[in-house]
Design a protein around this ligand. Structure first.
Ligand code: PMP
Length: 365
């Protein structure tokens, strides 16, 4: 065996199997996608091209270009996030990994509400840390009793993702305050994955961030969702000086630095408002929720672009295979959860596709 022990428990995510199956279907109605369906606004593309031509093609500082760090810092301060410093990372993915790398020792436990974004699990396993899941079914809300039950003397942190992938749940101020109260009692870290923070469909749920409430928070964000820059790989983490500086030191050894041109484009993107593009998702949210609610047990998503209904028979894996036979491509809930009763449907697709998807799902219930 030439592979390290570290990677032996890291397996391709369950998504791969379903992608292999889907590859055999010709032009399925694809509601599996985890990225915005709009393209990067033209002026951001032009900005990137401008900096390539201007010769901005060399290594950049390990923490990111100073002007972008400063701008992200001001952007987060404007939202009331408590932080002393910011690092630019290779997407939120890179930010999460570095956050875990510099704060968690092997054996440390991180509490994560289930369902959860699959990447957390494997990044933690890779580092020898242990995800501890707290079941949030059926309404996906955070409950104090369950959270407390998951605490052990190994608990080091709580990870919260709001708006949530895959449920679309946006936690209320009270839920966030409850999490902070628990964390504060034990001096736990909070990882707050805020990547979908602009994708919120109800005004009353906006502008609630764990980073506003607790100084021991690492706020993780990026440019992949709000500006659709998934392929440019730019994200950031904000937190205490000590943690961010340690992340910068380690980023130097792991990645050297983040893509130079993409950072310039991201700097420009922070002044581009994409709210109008994002607001069109509310209509699709309404279409799919209204289209499913009398046939499926389903919670109305308040954010992101996913809906996570329970399927008849509670076997999401089998349901997804059956959906593919009906020309619809969605993701089984078991990819994101210890339970397999649900499926994840992405409405980051055009209205026509969403309508076709609803029709197929209605015929299958
Ligand atoms: N967190 C969540 C909850 C996500 O859904 C995603 C992307 N699917 C990421 C992080 C990673 O984003 P990035 O492209 O910035 O690495």
């Amino acid at each position: 065996m030439q592979l390290s022990g570290r990677v032996r428990n890291v397996r391709p995510s369950g998504v791969r199997k379903i992608f292999d199956l889907a590859a055999k279907v010709k032009n399925p109605v694809n509601l599996s996608i985890g990225e915005p369906d709009f393209d990067i606004p033209d002026e951001i593309k032009e900005e990137g091209i401008k900096w390539i031509r201007a010769g901005f093609n060399k290594y950049t500082p390990s923490g990111g270009i100073p002007e972008l760090r400063e701008k992200v810092f001001c952007y987060l301060k404007g939202k009331g996030i408590i932080c002393d410093d910011v690092i630019i990372t290779a997407g939120a993915t890179g930010g999460l990994l570095l956050s875990f790398l510099v704060t968690l020792d092997p054996g440390d436990e991180v509490i994560i509400p289930d369902p959860y974004f699959v990447l957390y699990e494997y990044q933690l396993i890779l580092l020898g840390a242990r995800p501890v899941y707290v079941d949030t079914y059926p309404d996906f809300s955070l409950k104090e009793e369950k959270l407390r039950k998951a605490l052990t003397n190994k608990t080091k942190a709580i990870l919260i993702n709001s708006p949530n992938n895959p449920t679309g749940r946006v936690y209320s101020r009270q839920e966030l305050e409850m999490v902070v109260a628990v964390a504060r009692e034990r001096n736990l870290l909070i990882f707050s994955d805020d990547i979908y923070d602009r994708f919120i469909f109800e005004d009353s749920l906006r502008n609630n961030y764990l980073g506003q409430l607790y100084e021991n928070t690492l706020t993780i964000g990026g440019f992949s969702k709000t500006w659709a820059m998934t392929g440019w790989r730019v994200g950031f983490v904000a937190g205490s000086k000590e943690i961010i500086q340690t992340m910068i030191t380690n980023q130097q050894y792991v990645l050297s630095s983040v893509n130079s041109i993409a950072q310039k484009a991201a700097l420009f993107a922070l002044d581009c408002n994409t709210d109008e593009l994002i607001s069109s998702y509310k209509k699709r949210r309404d279409l799919i929720y209204e289209g499913l609610k009398d046939k499926y047990e389903v919670v109305q998503p308040k954010g992101a672009y996913y809906i996570f209904p329970r399927v008849p028979g509670d076997d999401g894996d089998a349901f997804v295979e059956r959906a593919l036979e009906n020309n619809l491509f969605v993701i089984p809930g078991s990819v994101f959860s210890a339970r397999k009763s649900n499926i994840r449907i992405s409405f980051a697709s055009n209205e026509e596709n969403v309508l076709k998807g609803i029709e197929i799902l209605r015929s299958m219930a």
